[in-house]
Design a protein around this ligand. Structure first.
Ligand code: FES
Ligand SMILES: [Fe+2]
Length: 359
């Protein structure tokens, strides 16, 4: 590995600028990082009733993996490969309602769980059909019956991955959250995907970059807690600003929590506010180009325009400006790497350590 980051933040330097231009590392991260950690693939709503099928590309422009979300006739959900086991045509082309999947190239049929059903002109084929003729199943899990995730080669089980989040904010009835398309949108950023995460992973810049958010959060109380494959930035409200109504006995009882900002390695952000959840999915498109999808799931609509969870579009655009500025600065011949603030940049340090470990 050509990169290293000291485990001791007081001694460590950041990843060098060259990392963010390293095409080999960018390509390697597809299998080394992105296939090993859970990726958001869609909402349970998209396969709402038995017979629904919904083709997707996992991380379009990056992994480009054709997958198919289905709900079979027995009401079980599945994520299967959407690549025909004959000669690799894509099986389902459109979302729809099906009893059986039929490849339109040469007519091979599959059950909605991917099991091979039939194939014309194969009577003479020996040892056919075999296991290999089924569409491969990919593990799929859901967060609160709402968001669906898959991983091709999971490094940790989903429950373990999400445990630090659920232990803390599991009191919110996520099954009742409603997706709000009018408050959801994608942002395109001219920067390496990891730069977008670097910026998210510290609240250090809030007083400098986000003047409005800075009035809502108590910077002195802002705090980062690390766990194995992610971290929590706990945003505490300035006096009088909106905070969570926490259940009795909750570990944060007595604190005025304005926001729970969770980041899960490598590219998922789950931002919980008193009104609900803002999900940010950071998606690489090219080494210097990133799409960030903001998806809004509302629990208490009456709280939407208050506190740290309001004005998210403004905050995002403020972030985008600095992230793109850093992307240009990192290409300078006069910059190699920098040092971490031991009190304010623990999250970025952890991220760089994980990039090196899995890269
Ligand atoms: S590629 Fe699907 S039947 Fe031939
Ligand atoms: Fe920011």
């Amino acid at each position: 590995m050509k990169y290293s980051v000291d485990p001791d933040i007081t001694k460590a330097s950041t990843l060098p600028g060259s990392y963010y231009q390293d095409v080999e590392m960018y390509d390697r991260s597809k299998t080394g990082i992105f296939s090993k950690f859970w990726q958001y693939v869609g909402d349970a709503e998209e396969i709402k009733s038995p017979g629904f099928v919904c083709p997707k590309l996992l991380l379009p422009g990056f992994l480009d993996e054709p997958i198919l979300l289905t709900r079979d006739l027995a009401d079980q959900t599945h994520c299967i490969s959407n690549v025909c086991t004959h000669r690799a045509n894509l099986v389902a082309e459109q979302p729809g309602n099906e009893r059986v999947l039929r490849c339109r190239y040469h007519g091979r049929k599959f059950e909605l769980d991917g099991t091979f059903v039939s194939m014309p002109e194969f009577e003479q084929a020996k040892d056919f059909p075999s296991e290999k003729d089924n569409l491969p199943n990919i593990e799929m899990q859901s967060l609160g019956d709402l968001l669906l995730f898959t991983a091709f080669n999971p490094h940790v089980p989903f429950d373990e991955y999400l445990k630090p989040v659920m232990d803390r904010v599991g009191f919110m009835p996520m099954n009742e959250f409603q997706f709000d398309p009018s408050r959801s949108r994608d942002y395109l950023v001219d920067a390496h995907w990891a730069l977008y995460c670097d910026n998210y992973l510290e609240g250090f810049h809030i007083p400098y970059v986000h003047s409005s958010l800075n009035e809502i959060l108590d910077y002195g109380e802002y705090n980062t807690e690390l766990f194995d494959y992610g971290n929590l930035q706990l945003g505490i409200a300035e006096g009088g600003e909106l905070s969570f109504d926490l259940p009795k006995g909750h570990q944060d009882e007595g604190k005025e929590v304005a926001a729970y900002y969770y980041w899960l390695f490598p590219n998922l952000m789950l931002n919980f506010y008193p009104w609900g959840l803002s999900v940010n999915v950071v998606q690489p498109l090219a080494i210097g180009r990133t799409r960030v999808s903001f998806r809004t799931y509302v629990w208490k609509p009456e709280l939407l325009d208050q506190g740290a969870g309001s004005g998210l579009d403004r905050v995002e655009r403020e972030d985008e400006i600095v992230v793109e500025s850093v992307a240009r600065g990192l290409r300078s011949q006069n910059y190699d790497s920098g040092r971490f603030s031991p009190t304010r940049e623990q999250g970025v340090h952890q991220f760089h350590r994980l990039l090196v470990e899995f890269g």
